[in-house]
Design a protein around this ligand. Structure first.
Ligand code: GRF
Length: 224
């Protein structure tokens, strides 16, 4: 009989681009810090590096081009069907640049996570790093959150704070924030796989305790 507490969880990753966060999942599964397998990678764009990263390690990689669908609803229906065919426990949005319909979100509610490159609720949407610099913020960062029907609006699981340096460019800041993204995203997934976090009635519970708005309070250090 399968022991549900130790069974490897099944993760499907959705991408649209380079897939450096996907790579952090592949690496964490390989080194055992994440007790899971990435069982499929789905991209809405052909020719992106993330697909290559999946192919390199023999993970099924699928292109589902949103342009070949009549409507957002039809794309989301097909996307959901493909995802479901892999029976995932968790679905990871990793630079997936599509707005998802409430129907899709509700189909997988509680199993969908996203990473957003800002300290949500600050700066939902695009150009987050430039916006943080323009506002004169001393800190930027990234947030892993459960996905709800509101864009970048779901409750936070964990954040990484990254100082904004004098004369920072958006690109330089983005590169530094990404390093932290690669740590907090697989970590949040591992908590999920261990059954430590769950979305309940729009809130996140961690070890059955309601999390504050910024998520789990941990210190993350830059990798040396
Ligand atoms: C990351 O900055 C992530 O926060 C955002 O999209 C970017 C994806 O980068 N959602 P990558 O494709 O994982 O390298």
């Amino acid at each position: 009989m399968t022991d549900h507490s130790t069974r490897k969880r099944r993760i499907v990753v959705l991408i649209s681009g380079g897939g450096s966060n996907l790579q952090s999942f592949i690496d964490a599964c390989a080194d055992g810090t994440l007790n899971a397998d990435v069982v499929a990678v789905i991209s809405n764009k052909a020719g992106v590096k993330g697909l290559e990263r999946a192919a390199n390690v023999g993970i099924p990689n699928i292109i589902l081009d949103h342009n070949s669908f009549e409507s957002r609803a039809e794309f989301d229906q097909s996307l959901g069907d493909v995802i479901e065919s892999f029976s995932p426990d968790l679905i990871i949005l990793a630079g997936f640049m599509r707005i998802l319909t409430p129907q899709f979100v509700n189909r997988f509610i509680g199993q969908l996570m996203n990473i957003h490159p800002s300290l949500l609720p600050k700066y939902p949407g695009l150009h987050t790093h430039q916006r943080a610099i323009d506002a004169g913020d001393s800190e930027a960062g990234a947030t892993v959150h459960f996905v709800t029907a509101e864009l970048d609006g779901g409750p936070a699981i964990v954040q990484a704070q990254v100082p904004v340096l004098k004369n920072d460019s958006a690109d330089a800041l983005a590169t530094r924030v990404l390093e932290f993204e690669h740590q907090i995203y697989p970590l949040a997934a591992e908590w999920f796989c261990q059954g430590r976090i769950e979305l309940r009635d729009g809130d996140v519970l961690f070890d059955n305790q309601l999390l504050p708005v910024e998520g789990v309070n941990i210190e993350i250090h830059e990798k040396t």
